[in-house]
Write a new protein. Sequence first.
Length: 167
Amino acid sequence: MRRAVLASTVTAAGVVLLLSLKPHGSASPGAAPVIGSDPGGTASAAPVTPGASSSGGSSSGGSSPSAAAGAGNASGTRVVTGNAVDTRYGPVQVRITLSGGRITKAEVVQYPSESRRDLEINQFALPRLNQEAVSAQSARVDAVAGATYTSEGYQRSLQSALDQAGV
């Protein structure tokens, strides 16, 4: 009888402790910032909803085609948003600004942000990918070590934006 009481008490205490445990890396369900190619590689303040669905397998095709986000002005500047590309960890979507047929700015408007690790990787990798896109003037950008899936999704979304722009 004594063992049963002790076992019940220990089990109840274990359940209480387990239910009170909170994961360390949970990201807030709010909006993730757009990560642009601004000097210094900092994220801009414009919030964008991070990708909610992620596929269970490897990279798949683009999921939602997007039209140009803004009309061109007198100087020939226009903004084009590429398709959202599903990766293993969530969708990646790139928006580029073109002036005279050249990429002047690249920014990521949708990227995996389910966990603290996703955010940590992407805060490091995405500014580098943006800078590479502006430097290379094409979708031929080097993958960032540690962010292979995101890099592949970035390249595919960037290429779809370039295709939509006719560049």
